[in-house]
Design a protein around this ligand. Structure first.
Ligand SMILES: O=C(O)CC[C@@H]1NC(=O)NC1=O
Ligand SMILES: [Fe+3]
Length: 408
């Protein structure tokens, strides 16, 4: 049993704010939160190990609900080419873009991919992340999609972080199905998805519904198969154009629709009516120098929960920094600091279908982060410094400075 005291707790337990409790106590027992409340209400715990929070801020562990963390190769050269004025089109024709990451990922061994993904996961954990979502989508065939998802599963075997896997086979059309997207979707729904679901590698199913990705009919086919297998869905939707993907996602009670720069009011209403979370990805907006912001006012008007994530991937968001996303969500999308922190805790948990994380509440997993700051707004306000002191994964404490975790 542990007793954390001398803290301000941002429990995220209320409807819109931080759920602050000044001079709070949190009691952890058997990996779960047994008590959270003001010190004057806390039961005596004579045998507990006491943790003095030194007046710091305790939040739920952060949740990065949208990453493509398993990949090999680099697109730094393309980044440079674009800045030298070479167009996306020319780069794609030279075999660049997602295709080049697919080639490198297919050529990499499971061990090589695991080593790369472990480093990225440890970076995010060092910033306060206790739960990660990890997508496939650079394999694009049964063998390599399986390889990516097995690596994702191994992350939570080797590190204390919790991992939710998402099959994103419908990310791009692989070379062997060039100009035959429907043929590739046949392969996804008849082989890749059911086989990997059967192997226990898939927690959710995603697709890239876009003019340069998969159309509504193709996306619907993937969703129909996921539904038949009893798997929840989520969707990359309305990033570049409006394909009515978010409305389709809502129709399937998707956990989330992600990106959403081109989202319309009708689709927002459909998301609100079906409990679909809006996952905002300011890193891709920033890195692609996008100018169209998601309709935050409409999401607020219809009370659609807003999550915030890194979208860590080598093409559109090579950014492994979830706290930076808080600052970007505030400065680019004008989210309030409360909305930003809710976006990487309670709402990110909802985007993953996680009901026992993202809020400091009795009976929830003791995934907690202790920060050397008093005002919760500091977590959104500043970047480049790391106020994280201690991270608890299901009640097991890791002091970031003196006792870092590592898989190796
Ligand atoms: O360029 C890449 O490697 C991924 C791009 C990324 N994938 C997606 O569905 N949307 C994106 O921005
Ligand atoms: Fe993405």
């Amino acid at each position: 049993m542990q007793r954390i005291e001398n803290i301000t707790a941002a429990t995220m337990s209320d409807d819109a704010g931080y759920g602050l409790i000044q001079d709070a106590v949190v009691i952890i027992n058997d990996g779960k939160v047994e008590f959270v409340g003001p010190a004057y209400d806390a039961p005596a715990t004579p045998t507990a190990d006491v943790v003095d929070g030194n007046g710091g801020l305790l939040t739920p562990g952060l949740i990065d609900c949208h990453t493509h963390l398993v990949w090999a190769g680099s697109r730094a050269n393309e980044f440079a080419q674009r800045l030298h004025g070479i167009s996306y089109q020319e780069i794609a024709e030279q075999g660049g873009g997602i295709k080049s990451t697919v080639k490198a990922t297919r050529e990499a061994s499971e061990e090589e991919l695991l080593a790369l993904a472990l480093e990225r996961a440890e970076t995010l954990m060092s910033q306060g992340v206790t739960t990660l979502e990890v997508k496939s989508g650079y394999g694009l065939d049964l063998e390599n999609e399986r390889k990516q998802l097995k690596v994702a599963r191994q992350l939570s075997e080797k590190l204390p972080v919790q991992v939710k896997t998402t099959l994103l086979a419908a990310h791009a059309v692989p070379p062997e199905y060039k100009d035959n997207a429907d043929g590739y979707v046949d392969d996804i729904v008849s082989s890749i998805l059911p086989t990997l679901a059967q192997e226990g590698l898939v927690d959710a199913v995603d697709a890239f519904c876009e003019s340069i990705g998969f159309n509504i009919e193709q996306t619907r086919r993937v969703f129909e198969k996921a539904k038949a297998l009893g798997l929840p869905v989520k969707l990359h939707a309305e990033q570049i154009t409006n394909q009515q993907g978010a409305k389709l996602a809502a129709e399937y009670q998707a956990l989330s629709a992600d990106h959403l720069e081109q989202l319309d009011e009708d689709s927002v209403k459909a998301m609100a009516e079906n409990g679909t979370v809006a996952v905002l990805l300011p890193g891709a907006f920033y890195f692609l120098r996008d100018t169209q912001k998601p309709p935050i006012e409409l999401l607020r008007k219809y009370k659609v929960p807003m999550a915030v994530a890194t979208d860590a991937n080598p093409g559109s968001s090579p950014i492994h920094n979830l706290p930076l996303m808080l600052q970007m969500a505030a400065t680019f999308f004008h989210l309030t600091p409360e909305e930003c922190l809710r976006g990487v805790t309670v709402n990110a948990a909802k985007a993953l279908g996680e009901n026992s994380r993202g809020v400091i509440a009795e009976g929830n997993y003791a995934d907690l982060a202790l920060w050397k700051c008093q005002d919760a707004a500091e977590l959104t306000y500043q970047t480049g410094v790391n106020p994280l002191q201690t991270l608890w994964f299901s009640g097991v404490a890791h002091d970031r400075v003196s006792k870092p975790w590592s898989a190796r």
